[in-house]
Write a protein that binds this ligand. Structure first.
Ligand code: FAD
Ligand code: AMP
Length: 479
Protein backbone atom coordinates (compact mmCIF):
# COMPACT_ATOMS: atom_id res chain seq x y z
CA UNK A 1 0.00 0.00 0.00
CA UNK A 2 1.23 3.47 -0.91
CA UNK A 3 1.42 5.89 2.02
CA UNK A 4 0.74 8.90 -0.21
CA UNK A 5 -2.65 9.72 -1.70
CA UNK A 6 -4.29 12.67 -3.47
CA UNK A 7 -7.29 12.26 -1.18
CA UNK A 8 -7.69 10.49 2.16
CA UNK A 9 -11.27 10.18 3.42
CA UNK A 10 -11.86 9.43 7.11
CA UNK A 11 -15.07 7.42 7.54
CA UNK A 12 -16.95 5.22 5.08
CA UNK A 13 -20.54 6.27 5.77
CA UNK A 14 -22.73 7.77 3.02
CA UNK A 15 -20.77 11.04 3.15
CA UNK A 16 -17.32 9.42 3.13
CA UNK A 17 -17.82 6.47 0.78
CA UNK A 18 -19.55 8.65 -1.82
CA UNK A 19 -16.77 11.25 -1.57
CA UNK A 20 -14.16 8.52 -2.00
CA UNK A 21 -15.87 6.95 -5.03
CA UNK A 22 -16.40 10.34 -6.67
CA UNK A 23 -12.79 11.40 -6.05
CA UNK A 24 -11.52 8.14 -7.56
CA UNK A 25 -13.84 8.56 -10.55
CA UNK A 26 -12.30 11.99 -11.09
CA UNK A 27 -8.88 10.41 -11.39
CA UNK A 28 -7.63 11.14 -7.86
CA UNK A 29 -5.60 8.50 -6.03
CA UNK A 30 -7.94 7.91 -3.07
CA UNK A 31 -7.92 6.03 0.23
CA UNK A 32 -10.69 5.68 2.79
CA UNK A 33 -9.89 5.03 6.46
CA UNK A 34 -12.60 3.17 8.39
CA UNK A 35 -12.41 1.98 11.97
CA UNK A 36 -15.53 -0.23 12.05
CA UNK A 37 -14.66 -3.93 11.74
CA UNK A 38 -16.83 -6.97 11.12
CA UNK A 39 -16.64 -10.23 13.07
CA UNK A 40 -13.74 -11.35 10.85
CA UNK A 41 -11.74 -8.19 11.62
CA UNK A 42 -12.31 -6.74 8.13
CA UNK A 43 -13.37 -3.09 7.66
CA UNK A 44 -17.13 -2.71 7.71
CA UNK A 45 -18.15 -0.02 5.22
CA UNK A 46 -21.38 1.98 4.94
CA UNK A 47 -21.32 3.81 8.28
CA UNK A 48 -24.35 4.43 10.44
CA UNK A 49 -26.75 4.63 7.50
CA UNK A 50 -26.14 1.17 6.06
CA UNK A 51 -25.30 -0.66 9.29
CA UNK A 52 -27.49 0.75 12.04
CA UNK A 53 -29.48 3.61 10.51
CA UNK A 54 -31.48 4.31 7.36
CA UNK A 55 -31.40 0.85 5.82
CA UNK A 56 -31.98 -1.52 8.79
CA UNK A 57 -34.71 0.77 10.17
CA UNK A 58 -36.50 0.75 6.81
CA UNK A 59 -36.16 -3.05 6.58
CA UNK A 60 -37.91 -3.39 9.96
CA UNK A 61 -40.49 -0.73 9.09
CA UNK A 62 -41.37 -2.63 5.92
CA UNK A 63 -41.53 -6.03 7.63
CA UNK A 64 -43.64 -4.72 10.49
CA UNK A 65 -45.99 -2.95 8.09
CA UNK A 66 -46.54 -6.13 6.10
CA UNK A 67 -47.46 -7.94 9.32
CA UNK A 68 -49.82 -5.12 10.28
CA UNK A 69 -51.38 -5.22 6.80
CA UNK A 70 -51.90 -8.97 6.99
CA UNK A 71 -53.52 -8.59 10.40
CA UNK A 72 -55.59 -5.47 9.96
CA UNK A 73 -55.81 -4.37 6.34
CA UNK A 74 -56.02 -7.28 3.93
CA UNK A 75 -59.52 -8.31 4.98
CA UNK A 76 -60.75 -4.99 3.55
CA UNK A 77 -59.68 -6.27 0.15
CA UNK A 78 -61.54 -9.53 0.72
CA UNK A 79 -58.34 -11.40 1.51
CA UNK A 80 -58.37 -13.51 4.64
CA UNK A 81 -55.17 -14.44 6.41
CA UNK A 82 -55.83 -16.59 9.40
CA UNK A 83 -54.02 -15.52 12.57
CA UNK A 84 -50.81 -14.15 11.02
CA UNK A 85 -47.78 -14.55 13.24
CA UNK A 86 -44.41 -12.84 13.23
CA UNK A 87 -41.09 -14.58 13.73
CA UNK A 88 -39.02 -11.73 15.20
CA UNK A 89 -35.57 -13.40 14.87
CA UNK A 90 -36.40 -14.14 11.19
CA UNK A 91 -37.38 -10.50 10.67
CA UNK A 92 -34.12 -9.34 12.28
CA UNK A 93 -32.21 -11.92 10.22
CA UNK A 94 -33.69 -10.53 6.98
CA UNK A 95 -32.63 -7.04 8.06
CA UNK A 96 -29.09 -8.29 8.76
CA UNK A 97 -28.94 -9.97 5.36
CA UNK A 98 -29.87 -6.71 3.60
CA UNK A 99 -27.28 -4.81 5.63
CA UNK A 100 -24.61 -7.38 4.70
CA UNK A 101 -25.55 -7.25 1.03
CA UNK A 102 -25.29 -3.47 0.93
CA UNK A 103 -22.12 -3.09 2.99
CA UNK A 104 -20.30 -5.72 0.92
CA UNK A 105 -21.64 -3.84 -2.09
CA UNK A 106 -19.62 -0.80 -0.99
CA UNK A 107 -16.51 -2.97 -0.75
CA UNK A 108 -17.18 -4.00 -4.37
CA UNK A 109 -17.70 -0.39 -5.46
CA UNK A 110 -14.43 0.65 -3.80
CA UNK A 111 -12.63 -2.17 -5.65
CA UNK A 112 -14.25 -1.27 -8.97
CA UNK A 113 -13.28 2.38 -8.59
CA UNK A 114 -9.80 1.75 -7.22
CA UNK A 115 -10.37 3.21 -3.73
CA UNK A 116 -7.87 1.85 -1.19
CA UNK A 117 -9.46 0.83 2.13
CA UNK A 118 -7.33 1.38 5.22
CA UNK A 119 -8.57 -0.29 8.40
CA UNK A 120 -8.11 1.85 11.48
CA UNK A 121 -8.98 5.01 13.33
CA UNK A 122 -7.87 8.13 11.53
CA UNK A 123 -6.62 11.34 13.11
CA UNK A 124 -5.74 14.43 11.10
CA UNK A 125 -2.33 15.90 11.91
CA UNK A 126 -0.86 19.21 10.75
CA UNK A 127 0.17 19.30 7.10
CA UNK A 128 -2.62 17.01 5.80
CA UNK A 129 -1.03 13.96 7.34
CA UNK A 130 -3.35 11.27 8.66
CA UNK A 131 -2.35 9.04 11.55
CA UNK A 132 -4.01 5.63 11.50
CA UNK A 133 -4.28 3.32 14.51
CA UNK A 134 -5.40 -0.14 13.40
CA UNK A 135 -7.44 -2.68 15.39
CA UNK A 136 -4.29 -4.17 16.91
CA UNK A 137 -3.01 -0.78 18.05
CA UNK A 138 -0.37 -0.38 15.31
CA UNK A 139 0.14 3.26 14.39
CA UNK A 140 1.09 4.41 10.89
CA UNK A 141 0.95 7.64 8.93
CA UNK A 142 -0.44 8.47 5.51
CA UNK A 143 0.38 11.63 3.57
CA UNK A 144 -2.62 13.17 1.85
CA UNK A 145 -2.89 15.94 -0.72
CA UNK A 146 -6.37 16.56 0.64
CA UNK A 147 -8.27 15.16 3.61
CA UNK A 148 -12.03 14.71 3.77
CA UNK A 149 -13.34 14.11 7.29
CA UNK A 150 -16.60 12.14 7.30
CA UNK A 151 -16.63 10.71 10.83
CA UNK A 152 -20.40 10.96 11.25
CA UNK A 153 -22.34 11.03 14.48
CA UNK A 154 -23.29 9.01 17.55
CA UNK A 155 -26.52 8.74 19.55
CA UNK A 156 -26.88 11.29 22.35
CA UNK A 157 -26.96 9.76 25.82
CA UNK A 158 -28.80 11.50 28.63
CA UNK A 159 -27.82 11.00 32.28
CA UNK A 160 -31.39 10.17 33.45
CA UNK A 161 -31.54 7.17 31.11
CA UNK A 162 -28.10 5.47 30.80
CA UNK A 163 -28.09 2.91 27.98
CA UNK A 164 -27.29 -0.61 29.24
CA UNK A 165 -27.83 -2.30 25.88
CA UNK A 166 -30.38 -4.69 27.32
CA UNK A 167 -33.32 -2.91 28.91
CA UNK A 168 -32.40 0.65 28.03
CA UNK A 169 -31.18 0.88 24.45
CA UNK A 170 -30.31 3.48 21.83
CA UNK A 171 -31.44 3.29 18.19
CA UNK A 172 -28.87 0.58 17.46
CA UNK A 173 -30.19 -1.65 20.25
CA UNK A 174 -33.77 -1.07 19.12
CA UNK A 175 -32.92 -2.70 15.77
CA UNK A 176 -31.88 -5.89 17.54
CA UNK A 177 -34.77 -6.86 19.85
CA UNK A 178 -35.31 -10.60 19.57
CA UNK A 179 -38.85 -10.47 20.98
CA UNK A 180 -41.67 -7.95 21.00
CA UNK A 181 -41.65 -5.98 24.25
CA UNK A 182 -45.09 -5.93 25.85
CA UNK A 183 -44.67 -2.31 26.95
CA UNK A 184 -42.15 -0.12 25.16
CA UNK A 185 -41.09 3.35 26.26
CA UNK A 186 -39.48 5.73 23.77
CA UNK A 187 -37.77 8.95 24.90
CA UNK A 188 -37.99 11.53 22.13
CA UNK A 189 -40.72 12.04 19.51
CA UNK A 190 -38.22 12.92 16.76
CA UNK A 191 -37.75 11.08 13.49
CA UNK A 192 -35.91 8.08 14.96
CA UNK A 193 -38.21 7.72 17.99
CA UNK A 194 -41.34 7.73 15.83
CA UNK A 195 -39.93 5.28 13.29
CA UNK A 196 -38.70 2.77 15.88
CA UNK A 197 -41.81 3.20 18.01
CA UNK A 198 -43.87 2.42 14.90
CA UNK A 199 -41.93 -0.78 14.15
CA UNK A 200 -42.57 -2.32 17.55
CA UNK A 201 -46.06 -0.82 17.92
CA UNK A 202 -47.20 -2.48 14.68
CA UNK A 203 -45.95 -5.81 15.98
CA UNK A 204 -48.09 -5.48 19.11
CA UNK A 205 -46.06 -3.57 21.70
CA UNK A 206 -47.91 -0.96 23.73
CA UNK A 207 -45.80 2.10 22.90
CA UNK A 208 -45.54 5.25 25.02
CA UNK A 209 -43.48 8.10 23.54
CA UNK A 210 -42.26 10.69 26.06
CA UNK A 211 -41.34 14.04 24.53
CA UNK A 212 -40.00 16.98 26.55
CA UNK A 213 -41.25 19.65 24.16
CA UNK A 214 -44.86 20.84 24.22
CA UNK A 215 -45.02 20.94 20.45
CA UNK A 216 -45.11 17.85 18.24
CA UNK A 217 -42.53 17.83 15.39
CA UNK A 218 -41.69 21.54 15.73
CA UNK A 219 -39.42 21.51 12.67
CA UNK A 220 -42.30 20.43 10.42
CA UNK A 221 -45.03 22.61 8.92
CA UNK A 222 -47.53 22.96 11.79
CA UNK A 223 -50.56 21.85 9.74
CA UNK A 224 -48.78 18.69 8.60
CA UNK A 225 -47.40 18.02 12.11
CA UNK A 226 -50.92 18.26 13.55
CA UNK A 227 -52.32 15.87 10.94
CA UNK A 228 -49.39 13.47 11.52
CA UNK A 229 -49.97 13.53 15.29
CA UNK A 230 -53.64 12.64 14.78
CA UNK A 231 -52.82 9.74 12.44
CA UNK A 232 -50.10 8.29 14.69
CA UNK A 233 -52.28 8.54 17.78
CA UNK A 234 -55.07 6.73 15.92
CA UNK A 235 -52.55 3.97 15.19
CA UNK A 236 -52.08 3.55 18.93
CA UNK A 237 -48.84 5.46 19.58
CA UNK A 238 -49.35 7.09 22.97
CA UNK A 239 -47.39 10.32 22.41
CA UNK A 240 -47.08 12.39 25.59
CA UNK A 241 -45.86 15.93 24.98
CA UNK A 242 -44.35 18.16 27.65
CA UNK A 243 -43.02 15.01 29.33
CA UNK A 244 -39.39 15.32 30.41
CA UNK A 245 -37.75 12.10 31.51
CA UNK A 246 -35.90 12.62 34.79
CA UNK A 247 -34.92 9.08 35.73
CA UNK A 248 -34.88 5.49 34.47
CA UNK A 249 -34.04 2.50 36.62
CA UNK A 250 -33.89 -1.18 35.82
CA UNK A 251 -35.59 -3.26 38.51
CA UNK A 252 -36.33 -6.97 38.22
CA UNK A 253 -35.99 -6.93 34.44
CA UNK A 254 -38.29 -3.95 33.92
CA UNK A 255 -37.51 -0.26 33.43
CA UNK A 256 -39.19 2.23 35.74
CA UNK A 257 -39.20 5.64 34.05
CA UNK A 258 -39.94 8.87 35.90
CA UNK A 259 -40.97 11.94 33.98
CA UNK A 260 -42.30 15.35 34.83
CA UNK A 261 -45.10 17.28 33.15
CA UNK A 262 -46.88 20.52 34.08
CA UNK A 263 -49.24 18.29 36.09
CA UNK A 264 -46.42 16.85 38.24
CA UNK A 265 -44.26 13.74 38.49
CA UNK A 266 -45.22 10.43 36.87
CA UNK A 267 -43.84 6.93 36.61
CA UNK A 268 -44.31 4.28 33.95
CA UNK A 269 -42.91 0.75 33.87
CA UNK A 270 -41.70 -0.70 30.56
CA UNK A 271 -40.11 -3.92 29.33
CA UNK A 272 -37.73 -1.93 27.13
CA UNK A 273 -36.85 1.72 26.83
CA UNK A 274 -35.47 3.31 23.65
CA UNK A 275 -33.49 6.52 24.10
CA UNK A 276 -33.94 8.51 20.87
CA UNK A 277 -33.06 12.04 21.92
CA UNK A 278 -30.91 12.98 18.94
CA UNK A 279 -27.39 12.48 17.63
CA UNK A 280 -24.14 14.34 18.19
CA UNK A 281 -21.15 14.86 15.88
CA UNK A 282 -18.34 12.36 16.36
CA UNK A 283 -15.66 15.01 16.50
CA UNK A 284 -13.54 13.98 19.49
CA UNK A 285 -9.99 12.66 19.00
CA UNK A 286 -10.30 13.35 15.29
CA UNK A 287 -7.53 15.91 14.79
CA UNK A 288 -4.43 17.18 16.58
CA UNK A 289 -4.51 20.58 18.23
CA UNK A 290 -2.00 21.97 15.71
CA UNK A 291 -3.98 20.74 12.67
CA UNK A 292 -5.76 24.08 12.24
CA UNK A 293 -9.19 22.43 12.35
CA UNK A 294 -11.76 24.03 14.69
CA UNK A 295 -15.13 23.07 16.16
CA UNK A 296 -18.21 25.25 16.35
CA UNK A 297 -20.02 25.88 19.64
CA UNK A 298 -22.07 22.68 19.25
CA UNK A 299 -19.08 20.41 18.63
CA UNK A 300 -19.48 20.18 14.84
CA UNK A 301 -16.35 20.62 12.73
CA UNK A 302 -16.44 24.22 11.55
CA UNK A 303 -16.76 24.51 7.76
CA UNK A 304 -17.85 27.11 5.21
CA UNK A 305 -20.47 26.60 2.46
CA UNK A 306 -17.95 24.51 0.49
CA UNK A 307 -17.23 22.23 3.45
CA UNK A 308 -13.71 23.65 3.81
CA UNK A 309 -12.39 23.58 7.39
CA UNK A 310 -10.05 26.27 8.63
CA UNK A 311 -7.08 24.06 7.73
CA UNK A 312 -6.00 24.28 4.07
CA UNK A 313 -6.91 21.19 1.99
CA UNK A 314 -8.92 19.69 4.85
CA UNK A 315 -12.66 19.32 4.28
CA UNK A 316 -15.45 17.88 6.41
CA UNK A 317 -18.81 16.51 5.27
CA UNK A 318 -21.91 14.73 6.57
CA UNK A 319 -23.18 14.47 10.15
CA UNK A 320 -19.91 15.77 11.59
CA UNK A 321 -20.69 19.26 10.18
CA UNK A 322 -23.63 21.68 10.50
CA UNK A 323 -26.89 21.08 8.64
CA UNK A 324 -29.48 18.31 8.73
CA UNK A 325 -28.15 14.93 9.84
CA UNK A 326 -29.31 13.14 6.71
CA UNK A 327 -27.51 10.61 4.55
CA UNK A 328 -28.29 12.34 1.23
CA UNK A 329 -27.09 15.70 2.54
CA UNK A 330 -23.73 14.11 3.47
CA UNK A 331 -23.44 12.27 0.16
CA UNK A 332 -24.01 15.43 -1.87
CA UNK A 333 -21.47 17.29 0.24
CA UNK A 334 -19.05 14.43 -0.50
CA UNK A 335 -19.62 14.82 -4.24
CA UNK A 336 -19.21 18.60 -4.05
CA UNK A 337 -15.92 18.35 -2.16
CA UNK A 338 -14.47 15.67 -4.47
CA UNK A 339 -15.37 17.84 -7.48
CA UNK A 340 -13.85 20.94 -5.93
CA UNK A 341 -10.63 19.05 -5.15
CA UNK A 342 -10.60 18.00 -8.82
CA UNK A 343 -10.79 21.68 -9.80
CA UNK A 344 -14.51 21.91 -10.61
CA UNK A 345 -16.73 24.73 -9.35
CA UNK A 346 -19.33 22.55 -7.62
CA UNK A 347 -21.61 23.92 -4.95
CA UNK A 348 -24.52 22.65 -2.95
CA UNK A 349 -28.06 24.02 -2.62
CA UNK A 350 -28.75 23.75 1.11
CA UNK A 351 -32.21 25.30 0.67
CA UNK A 352 -33.63 22.31 -1.16
CA UNK A 353 -32.87 19.20 0.89
CA UNK A 354 -35.82 16.85 1.35
CA UNK A 355 -36.44 15.18 4.70
CA UNK A 356 -38.65 12.22 5.46
CA UNK A 357 -40.12 10.38 8.44
CA UNK A 358 -40.80 6.80 7.37
CA UNK A 359 -43.88 6.20 9.46
CA UNK A 360 -46.99 4.92 7.70
CA UNK A 361 -48.08 7.08 6.10
CA UNK A 362 -44.78 8.82 5.44
CA UNK A 363 -44.16 12.45 6.27
CA UNK A 364 -41.96 14.40 3.85
CA UNK A 365 -40.92 17.98 3.44
CA UNK A 366 -38.78 20.32 1.40
CA UNK A 367 -38.19 24.05 1.58
CA UNK A 368 -39.84 26.50 3.93
CA UNK A 369 -42.69 25.82 6.31
CA UNK A 370 -45.62 28.21 6.65
CA UNK A 371 -44.30 29.31 10.09
CA UNK A 372 -40.86 30.08 8.62
CA UNK A 373 -42.35 32.18 5.80
CA UNK A 374 -44.47 34.09 8.33
CA UNK A 375 -41.47 34.66 10.58
CA UNK A 376 -39.34 35.82 7.63
CA UNK A 377 -42.10 38.19 6.47
CA UNK A 378 -42.26 36.53 3.04
CA UNK A 379 -45.63 37.07 1.29
CA UNK A 380 -46.91 33.59 0.50
CA UNK A 381 -49.92 31.62 -0.65
CA UNK A 382 -50.70 27.96 -0.12
CA UNK A 383 -52.68 25.11 -1.62
CA UNK A 384 -53.58 21.78 -0.05
CA UNK A 385 -55.11 18.61 -1.41
CA UNK A 386 -56.31 15.72 0.78
CA UNK A 387 -55.54 12.16 -0.31
CA UNK A 388 -59.14 11.21 0.44
CA UNK A 389 -60.00 13.02 -2.82
CA UNK A 390 -57.45 10.99 -4.82
CA UNK A 391 -58.84 8.06 -6.79
CA UNK A 392 -55.54 6.17 -6.60
CA UNK A 393 -55.28 6.67 -2.83
CA UNK A 394 -58.82 5.37 -2.34
CA UNK A 395 -58.21 2.41 -4.65
CA UNK A 396 -55.29 1.33 -2.50
CA UNK A 397 -57.00 2.20 0.79
CA UNK A 398 -54.21 4.65 1.63
CA UNK A 399 -56.11 7.90 1.86
CA UNK A 400 -54.96 9.55 5.08
CA UNK A 401 -53.10 12.86 4.90
CA UNK A 402 -52.58 15.67 2.44
CA UNK A 403 -50.18 17.55 0.19
CA UNK A 404 -49.47 21.20 0.97
CA UNK A 405 -47.60 23.52 -1.38
CA UNK A 406 -46.37 26.99 -0.44
CA UNK A 407 -45.48 29.61 -3.02
CA UNK A 408 -44.43 33.25 -3.14
CA UNK A 409 -47.53 35.46 -3.27
CA UNK A 410 -46.15 37.67 -6.06
CA UNK A 411 -43.74 35.54 -8.09
CA UNK A 412 -45.66 32.26 -7.65
CA UNK A 413 -42.32 30.47 -7.18
CA UNK A 414 -42.65 27.24 -5.15
CA UNK A 415 -41.07 27.77 -1.72
CA UNK A 416 -41.99 24.57 0.08
CA UNK A 417 -43.91 21.32 -0.03
CA UNK A 418 -45.11 19.33 2.97
CA UNK A 419 -46.79 15.98 2.73
CA UNK A 420 -48.19 13.42 5.09
CA UNK A 421 -49.60 10.54 3.15
CA UNK A 422 -48.90 7.47 1.03
CA UNK A 423 -45.49 7.51 -0.71
CA UNK A 424 -44.83 11.03 0.61
CA UNK A 425 -41.06 10.48 0.29
CA UNK A 426 -41.29 9.87 -3.44
CA UNK A 427 -43.97 12.50 -4.03
CA UNK A 428 -41.99 15.26 -2.37
CA UNK A 429 -39.07 14.48 -4.67
CA UNK A 430 -41.17 15.68 -7.61
CA UNK A 431 -41.40 19.08 -5.94
CA UNK A 432 -37.69 18.98 -5.06
CA UNK A 433 -36.98 18.69 -8.80
CA UNK A 434 -39.47 21.45 -9.59
CA UNK A 435 -37.94 23.75 -6.97
CA UNK A 436 -34.43 23.06 -8.23
CA UNK A 437 -35.57 24.30 -11.65
CA UNK A 438 -37.16 27.38 -10.06
CA UNK A 439 -40.73 26.31 -10.91
CA UNK A 440 -43.83 28.31 -10.17
CA UNK A 441 -47.05 26.59 -9.11
CA UNK A 442 -48.37 27.51 -12.55
CA UNK A 443 -45.54 25.45 -14.09
CA UNK A 444 -46.58 22.49 -11.92
CA UNK A 445 -50.23 23.11 -12.77
CA UNK A 446 -49.52 22.94 -16.53
CA UNK A 447 -47.66 19.62 -16.33
CA UNK A 448 -49.55 16.46 -17.34
CA UNK A 449 -49.68 13.97 -14.43
CA UNK A 450 -50.60 10.35 -15.15
CA UNK A 451 -53.96 9.10 -13.97
CA UNK A 452 -54.66 7.52 -11.60
CA UNK A 453 -51.52 8.22 -9.58
CA UNK A 454 -50.79 9.55 -6.12
CA UNK A 455 -48.77 12.30 -7.78
CA UNK A 456 -52.02 13.84 -8.97
CA UNK A 457 -52.35 15.05 -5.37
CA UNK A 458 -49.20 17.14 -5.93
CA UNK A 459 -50.75 18.51 -9.14
CA UNK A 460 -54.02 19.35 -7.41
CA UNK A 461 -52.25 21.03 -4.47
CA UNK A 462 -50.35 23.19 -6.98
CA UNK A 463 -53.64 24.00 -8.74
CA UNK A 464 -55.26 24.78 -5.38
CA UNK A 465 -52.70 27.50 -4.64
CA UNK A 466 -54.64 29.84 -6.92
CA UNK A 467 -58.05 28.25 -6.44
CA UNK A 468 -57.90 26.05 -9.57
CA UNK A 469 -58.22 22.56 -8.06
CA UNK A 470 -60.52 20.31 -10.06
CA UNK A 471 -61.18 17.39 -7.75
CA UNK A 472 -62.19 19.29 -4.62
CA UNK A 473 -64.07 22.48 -3.84
CA UNK A 474 -61.54 25.33 -3.81
CA UNK A 475 -61.08 27.07 -0.48
CA UNK A 476 -59.99 30.28 -2.13
CA UNK A 477 -61.13 32.50 -4.97
CA UNK A 478 -59.83 31.75 -8.45
CA UNK A 479 -57.04 34.03 -9.64
P1 FAD B 1 -21.86 7.91 9.39
O1 FAD B 1 -22.84 7.19 8.58
O2 FAD B 1 -22.07 7.99 10.86
O3 FAD B 1 -20.45 7.27 9.07
C1 FAD B 1 -19.28 7.68 9.69
C2 FAD B 1 -18.26 6.58 9.56
O4 FAD B 1 -17.01 7.06 10.01
C3 FAD B 1 -18.56 5.36 10.44
O5 FAD B 1 -18.47 4.20 9.65
C4 FAD B 1 -17.48 5.40 11.53
O6 FAD B 1 -17.10 4.11 11.97
C5 FAD B 1 -16.35 6.09 10.78
N1 FAD B 1 -15.42 6.81 11.66
C6 FAD B 1 -15.72 7.71 12.63
N2 FAD B 1 -14.58 8.22 13.16
C7 FAD B 1 -13.56 7.62 12.51
C8 FAD B 1 -12.15 7.73 12.59
N3 FAD B 1 -11.56 8.57 13.44
N4 FAD B 1 -11.41 6.95 11.78
C9 FAD B 1 -11.99 6.10 10.90
N5 FAD B 1 -13.30 5.96 10.77
C10 FAD B 1 -14.08 6.71 11.55
N6 FAD B 1 -30.81 9.52 7.27
C11 FAD B 1 -31.52 9.61 6.13
O7 FAD B 1 -31.19 10.42 5.26
N7 FAD B 1 -32.62 8.82 5.91
C12 FAD B 1 -33.04 7.92 6.84
O8 FAD B 1 -34.02 7.23 6.62
C13 FAD B 1 -32.30 7.81 8.04
N8 FAD B 1 -32.67 6.91 8.99
C14 FAD B 1 -31.92 6.78 10.11
C15 FAD B 1 -32.31 5.84 11.06
C16 FAD B 1 -31.56 5.67 12.21
C17 FAD B 1 -31.99 4.64 13.23
C18 FAD B 1 -30.38 6.44 12.40
C19 FAD B 1 -29.53 6.24 13.63
C20 FAD B 1 -29.98 7.39 11.47
C21 FAD B 1 -30.76 7.56 10.32
N9 FAD B 1 -30.42 8.51 9.35
C22 FAD B 1 -31.17 8.64 8.21
C23 FAD B 1 -29.24 9.38 9.50
C24 FAD B 1 -28.07 8.84 8.68
O9 FAD B 1 -27.76 7.55 9.11
C25 FAD B 1 -26.89 9.77 8.83
O10 FAD B 1 -27.26 11.09 8.47
C26 FAD B 1 -25.73 9.32 7.94
O11 FAD B 1 -25.34 8.01 8.24
C27 FAD B 1 -24.55 10.27 8.10
O12 FAD B 1 -23.54 9.87 7.24
P2 FAD B 1 -22.02 10.17 7.54
O13 FAD B 1 -21.27 9.51 6.43
O14 FAD B 1 -21.83 11.60 7.80
O15 FAD B 1 -21.70 9.43 8.91
P1 AMP C 1 -34.46 14.39 17.25
O1 AMP C 1 -33.36 15.35 17.65
O2 AMP C 1 -35.30 14.84 16.10
O3 AMP C 1 -33.95 12.99 17.08
O4 AMP C 1 -35.47 14.34 18.48
C1 AMP C 1 -35.08 14.05 19.80
C2 AMP C 1 -36.19 14.52 20.74
O5 AMP C 1 -35.92 14.08 22.07
C3 AMP C 1 -36.33 16.04 20.80
O6 AMP C 1 -37.62 16.40 20.37
C4 AMP C 1 -36.11 16.35 22.29
O7 AMP C 1 -36.98 17.38 22.75
C5 AMP C 1 -36.44 15.03 22.98
N1 AMP C 1 -35.82 14.90 24.32
C6 AMP C 1 -34.54 15.20 24.69
N2 AMP C 1 -34.33 14.93 26.02
C7 AMP C 1 -35.51 14.46 26.53
C8 AMP C 1 -35.94 14.02 27.83
N3 AMP C 1 -35.14 14.00 28.90
N4 AMP C 1 -37.23 13.60 27.97
C9 AMP C 1 -38.08 13.60 26.89
N5 AMP C 1 -37.72 14.01 25.66
C10 AMP C 1 -36.46 14.43 25.45
Amino acid sequence: MSDKFDVVVIGAGPAGYVAAIKAAQLGLNTACVEQWIDDKGKPRLGGTCLNVGCIPSKALLDSSYKYHEAKEQLSLHGISVKDPTIDVPAMIGRKDQIVNQLTTGITGLFKANGVTVIQGTGKVLAGTRVQVTDKDGNVSEVQAGNVIIAAGSLPVNIPPAPVDGEHIVDSTGALEFQAIPERLGVIGAGVIGLELGSVWGRLGAEVVVLEALDEFLPMMDAEIAKETGKILKKQGLDIRLGARVTNAEVKKGKVAVSYSTSAGEHTEVFDKLIVAVGRRPRSEELFSSDSGITLDERGFIFVNDYCETEAPHVYAVGDVVRGPMLAHKGSEEGVMVAERIAGKKAQMNYDIIPSVIYTHPEVAAVGKTEQQLKADGVPYKSGTFPFVASGRALASNEFEGMVKILAHEETDRVLGCHIVGPSAADLVQQVVIAMEFGSSTEDLAMIVFGHPTLSEAVHEAALAVDGHAIHMPNRKKRK
